[in-house]
Design a protein around this ligand. Sequence first.
Ligand code: HEC
Length: 110
Amino acid sequence: MKKLLLLLLFSFSLSAAPLGETLFNGNCVTCHEMHTTNSAPSIKEVKMRYHKAFDSKEKFVTFMVEWITKPDAKTALMPEAIKKHGLMPLLGYDKESLTEIATFLYEHPF
Ligand code: HEC
């Protein structure tokens, strides 16, 4: 009986998506699809670019959160994406949610 309960708990925790993933799906996926570039670069492409530019999780997350809080063509890492799609609009997300999302993006293998 105990084993069954543990198994149930285990499978429950597997199905619960991390907060950052839920927030990403609710706020970003309309423009950034996982693997396909449509109205904005795919989030996989964005993640790859950020990984190349930053050698630590802290730098990756801090820069991404700051940039999304105030999108700016001068500091953007993907100027060619701005030429193609226009600058990402200012969407007024709070920093806590953005930190969850950026951490999820850093950690999630695409
Ligand atoms: C209304 C559409 C839209 C939404 C919603 C949106 N983005 Fe973007 N985003 C864009 C476009 C277009 C670009 C490419 C142009 C640019 O870099 O500004 C972009 C670029 C980016 C970049 C690259 C910036 C750089 O350094 O060049 C990051 C990081 C990013 N988005 C993260 C996010 C995250 C995280 C969310 C959700 C919280 C989100 N975006 C929601 C349209 C959107």
